[in-house]
Design a protein around this ligand. Structure first.
Ligand code: GLU
Length: 488
């Protein structure tokens, strides 16, 4: 099968610009791209924009931008189907001439009432083929009404349509479940079926890798290929992507438009790695794979038949791994625009690069995305911390004890001449014992006082970067908060 591919591999990503591409769409693009790159073939980009009513402003740009962000470069295109209307009309004419298709004059009202009737009878909605066998006289009369007909395919009434799917094996549909679907609409635009098969043929597409949801369209396509005397490409329907609750992947699972992930500061390489494992795997273990490794090993054989599960925690973990792999200078460089965008307006711009440079090594170990960098670390930049006084008791010390602890720490810090992490640690660590406190609780109190958070980078390094004045001020502010608790 694909391993001994004889023809040149030509695959396409054929999105409809009816919305912004989400993870599922881009997984399809990625698998096509990987397949092309693995076999040294071509990856073609085709915009299927024939559904005028559902076109979404800006969708095409977002599609291109999403591919560019992930560096899924295309070898041809983008082709736009809306610029190829003449071609589809010719094919529709050919099918009409050969009587594989017919003109249908049914009004939207008639179709609608037919559909309602079918629903009432609990039958699947299906065109009743009213215009399939019109007499010449009827045709002339209908023509005279001025109604612009659509072109419908004359689906065989009996028999079966079978095709081979490279992932699922043989798939068979009864022709009786298919209806006489529309090929050309009255506005002159082709339907998805007509435009899709015409272009796949004319663009010499060798393999169609597309989402599972298109499987039910495939028998229609196969019938069209047969009618036109064309050889169909090979089909491979990719497994669905489900949320952890096994429901179809949606926003609820944190799966939104691909570019939202860029906005939140995920690295493209992490996205590629993560998306590649949604339905494909190298083996049963390997999770971290570079783009080159994925290209090298990608094959349809290792695409699973069963649905893939989208796991946001795994994505975040993977994203963190890729962030840690960056050289710190690179991490800092890439984090800067996010800091600039996300830090409160009260933080002076341009940001102090020297200061940012000191903070980033502390953060890089912990961040999962660049958005985390500013979200979790604002305390480095803002003057006044805002947090609930009770957070100071979070580590488990009572207010009175906490007050005593901070009152002991403050004057000692004032004595430090060369402020630094080592000095701080040497001075502060033994104080836990002196105060008769568990180190964890004592440090927990200090961490909240210094950062306003219960989780932060290592305490003494953080204090070292923040500086003596800021730390002392924060400890005093924490004391005030504790007094307010006690005074209540
Ligand atoms: N235009 C279809 C889509 O939006 C293409 C499906 C196919 O690949 O055939 O997904």
């Amino acid at each position: 099968m694909p391993e001994d591919i004889l023809t040149k591999v030509r695959v396409r990503f054929a999105p409809s610009p009816t919305g912004y591409p989400h993870l599922g769409n881009i997984r399809t693009a990625l698998f096509n791209w990987l397949f092309a790159r693995h076999y040294g073939g071509s990856f073609i980009l085709r915009i299927e924009d024939t559904d005028v009513a559902r076109r979404v402003e800006g969708a095409v740009e977002t599609i291109l931008e999403s591919l560019r962000w992930l560096r899924l470069d295309w070898d041809e295109g983008p082709y736009f189907q809306s610029q190829r209307l003449e071609i589809y009309r010719e094919i529709a004419d050919q099918l009409l001439k050969q009587e594989y298709a017919y003109l249908c004059y049914c009004s939207p009202q008639r179709l609608e009432s037919m559909r309602r009737e079918q629903m009432k009878q609990k039958q699947p909605p299906k065109y009743d083929r009213y215009c399939r066998e019109l007499t010449q006289k009827q045709k002339i009369e209908l023509e005279a009404t001025g109604i612009i007909p659509v072109v419908r395919f004359k689906t065989p009434l009996e028999g079966q349509t079978t095709f081979y799917d490279l992932i699922r094996g043989e798939v068979t549909f009864d022709n009786s479940v298919l209806d006489d679907f529309v090929l050309l609409k009255s506005d002159g635009y082709p339907t998805y079926h007509l435009a899709n098969i015409t272009d796949d043929h004319l663009m010499a597409i060798s393999h169609i890798l597309r989402a599972d949801e298109w499987l039910s369209s495939t028998p229609r396509h196969v019938l069209l290929y047969q009618a036109l005397g064309w050889n169909p490409p090979q089909f491979a329907h990719l497994p669905m992507i489900l949320g952890p609750d096994r429901a179809k992947l949606s926003k609820r699972h944190g799966a939104t438009a691909l570019l939202d992930y860029r906005e939140r500061g995920y690295l493209p390489e992490a996205m590629i790695n993560f998306l590649s494992l949604l339905g494909w795997s190298l083996d049963d273990r390997t999770e971290l794979l570079s783009r080159e490794e994925i290209i090298k090993h990608f094959s349809l054989e290792r695409i699973s038949k069963t649905a893939a599960i989208f796991n946001k925690e795994k994505l975040d973990w993977m994203s963190g791994v890729y962030l840690r792999r960056l050289a710190t200078e690179e991490f800092t460089k890439q984090a800067l625009p996010f800091l600039d965008r996300d830090l409160p307006a009260s933080v002076k711009r341009p940001l102090d690069l020297d200061y940012v440079g000191q903070i980033m090594p502390l953060i890089q170990e912990r961040a999962r995305t660049f958005a985390d960098v500013s979200e979790l670390n604002q305390f480095f930049f803002i003057d006044e911390l805002e947090y609930n006084a009770n957070l100071l008791l979070n580590a488990g010390l009572g207010a009175e004890v906490a007050i005593k602890a901070l009152q002991t720490v403050l004057p000692r810090l004032a004595l430090i001449k060369t402020w630094g992490a080592m000095v701080l640690e040497t001075l502060v660590r033994p104080m836990a014992e002196e105060l008769g406190l568990e180190t964890g609780k004592f440090f927990g109190l200090l961490r909240v006082a210094i950062t306003g958070r219960t989780a932060a980078p290592p305490l003494f390094q953080t204090m070292a970067v923040l500086g003596k004045r800021r730390c002392s001020r924060r400890l005093r502010a924490a004391l005030d908060k504790l007094f307010s608790i006690v005074g209540q």
